[in-house]
Design a protein. Structure first.
Length: 184
């Protein structure tokens, strides 16, 4: 996100002419409107003007090794992007994973920034997925990727990736807030 640092306003040399003053004021108003528009787009994100269609997103689950033949029964997703701040909401259900394999992840609509560690995590609700002895799932946005790894966790247990074959059918719902790549 970049805000304008230099604003080139029209030169104020109108002399005595009303015509020159009118031209100067028109140029000044135009330049101020352009500057405001740039600031608003950077602060709010340019997606704001297309909210009705741009907020919709089709979430998919994937396997880190292969993804093929997933049969979805529900794919509801919303993504709100304000500048580089990204907030996604998802509700995904599937009846078959086909021949998918590897660790399960949610495909993100925007690429996550490069960062140390994995600071963008959020809880996920699950249904129809057995994760015993673990008790809950969470999603972690992987830096510099379009991938939100789905992990299982529980008290006194080390977190572990959810294998896509551990969830041949089921559903997950949740939301995740992360910082996306600029100007994507």
């Amino acid at each position: 996100m970049t805000l304008p640092t230099n604003v080139d306003l029209p030169i104020h040399d109108v002399g005595e002419s009303q015509e020159n003053l009118d031209r100067y004021l028109k140029d000044l108003i135009y330049q101020l409107q352009e500057t405001y528009s740039l600031i608003a787009d950077n602060v709010n994100g340019s997606i704001r003007s297309y909210a009705d269609t741009q907020l919709l997103w089709t979430p998919t689950i994937n396997g880190s090794t292969t993804t093929s033949g997933v049969v979805y029964t529900k794919q509801v997703g919303w993504s709100i992007r304000q500048g580089i701040f990204t907030h996604i909401f998802f509700d995904v259900a599937w009846s078959s994973i086909g021949t998918s394999s590897g660790n399960m992840y949610l495909a993100l609509p925007y690429k996550t920034i490069v960062t140390e560690g994995e600071p963008f995590v959020s809880a996920v609700a699950l249904s129809g997925i057995t994760i015993t002895p673990y008790t809950s799932l969470f999603i972690s946005a992987i830096p510099n990727s379009y991938q939100g790894n789905i992990l299982k966790t529980g008290q006194a247990l080390t977190s572990d990736n959810l294998k896509i074959t551990d969830a041949t059918s089921g559903s997950i719902q949740g939301n995740l807030f992360y910082i996306g790549v600029e100007d994507e």
